[in-house]
Write a new protein. Structure first.
Length: 395
């Protein structure tokens, strides 16, 4: 496991522990039999220490001893099961939660919390119907149990039930008074896509507009709207994409191909070059704008200018395969290549190396392409281009 992934796991585990402890503290009252005695166990402090230093297996080992010494300590079981789930031992987590739920001495809140946790165990294990059932039971006991609601929302997303996910997320936002407009906007975009697939264009457009009225940073809603307008009104499509770039400049590259087509269809192809030039001047490390402009110049039969741009892009971002490939293509267009080099370029073009590395800023999940929802931590809009700068000492 890489360091960053380990840190992510540790933070998640610590969050689980803290949630467990906060929950335990909120129980307060006369719960001395459960709260204080296990904390004096040396295995308890050993377990916390192991957790703080990232030794999850050791933490589990120590806390399991506490659990055996103090079978009554509900939150030790909660925390332990969180840890089992984090290290992938979901079956063990399920076992503990089931044993907890079978007890007769739990309060309503404790039972609801255990049920919600069991739901998350099942969700992580991919047993979705059991997960749904556990969340439902938790919400029957405690209709405002945020843990269960959040799990239910993720479960709807996992099953692409966007309408239901939107409704639950709206409830959650209202209850905790949080600003979830961005997530709600992404869910609306998915609803729009679904309507589009069903041939309901008007409904789709309405959803994309709702998404943008919730939050202008919902980039895929701009892209989808522009696609809708591209043929009928390319100027309007271009306007939508310009708005998108103004709202989220770092995602501009995702609009390039449609924007290029829209400008061309509107009879103003030079506006694309102007846009790329502006983006390069705003961010000299923006190899995508340089690449876009270089491709544009090559298509306009100006490969010499394209090559100059590309060489500066290579200097700023030497790791980007797409830039190197474009250099070769430009050299080919300039008739600068011999038969062996031409064979090499053809081989590279045929190989499946068009990877565009992106990384999740929450869990460090790596993807070969841009994704709006991280397949690992299931958060929205967390993937960014994975940037590697020039080696230290260079400009
Ligand atoms: Zn992630």
């Amino acid at each position: 496991m890489s360091d960053t992934a380990l840190v992510a796991v540790l933070v998640a585990a610590a969050a689980g522990i803290l949630a467990g402890l906060a929950w335990a503290a909120s129980r307060g009252r006369d719960d001395d039999r459960r709260l204080s005695s296990f904390r004096s166990s040396p295995h308890y402090s050993e377990g916390l220490h192991a957790l703080a230093t990232g030794q999850l297996e050791l933490a589990i080992h120590e806390l399991d001893k506490v659990r055996r010494e103090h079978p009554d300590a509900v939150e030790v079981q909660q925390v332990l099961s969180h840890l089992y789930r984090e290290v992938g031992k979901t079956e063990r987590a399920i076992e503990i939660h089931r044993a907890l739920i079978a007890r007769h001495d739990l309060t309503r809140a404790e039972r609801a919390y255990a049920l919600a946790s069991l739901g998350t165990d099942f969700r992580k294990a991919g047993i979705l119907d059991r997960a749904a059932e556990a969340y439902r039971e938790a919400l029957v006991l405690e209709p405002k149990n945020l843990h269960a609601l959040a799990g239910q929302q993720k479960l709807h997303e996992d099953q692409r039930q966007w309408r239901e996910a939107f409704e639950v997320q709206t409830r959650i936002a209202r209850m905790r008074k949080s600003d979830d407009a961005l997530v709600l906007g992404f869910l609306q975009t998915e609803l729009g896509r679904e309507a589009l697939a069903a041939g309901r264009r008007d409904l789709a457009e309405e959803s994309f507009r709702t998404a943008l009225s919730l939050d202008r940073r919902v980039f895929p809603a701009h892209l989808a709207l522009a696609d809708l307008w591209l043929e009928r009104d390319p100027r309007r499509a271009a306007q939508v994409l310009e708005d998108a770039i103004a709202a989220v400049p770092e995602r501009a590259y995702l609009a390039f191909s449609t924007l290029q087509r829209a400008y061309a269809a509107a009879g103003e192809p030079s506006r694309f070059a102007a846009l790329c030039e502006r983006l390069v001047s705003q961010d000299p490390r923006d190899w995508r704008a340089r690449l876009g402009l270089a491709r544009h110049l090559r298509a306009e039969d100006r490969p010499g200018e394209a090559l100059g741009l590309l060489l500066r892009a290579v200097e700023a971002n030497p790791h980007v395969l797409l830039v190197h490939l474009e250099v070769w293509r430009t050299l080919r267009a300039m008739s600068s290549l011999g038969p062996e080099e031409l064979k090499y370029v053809a081989t590279v073009e045929d190989s499946a190396l068009y990877v565009d590395p992106h990384i999740c800023t929450v869990c460090r999940y790596r993807a070969d392409d841009m994704l709006w929802r991280c397949p690992h931590c299931h958060e929205w809009n967390t993937l960014v281009e994975e940037r590697v700068g020039p080696a230290a000492g260079t400009r």
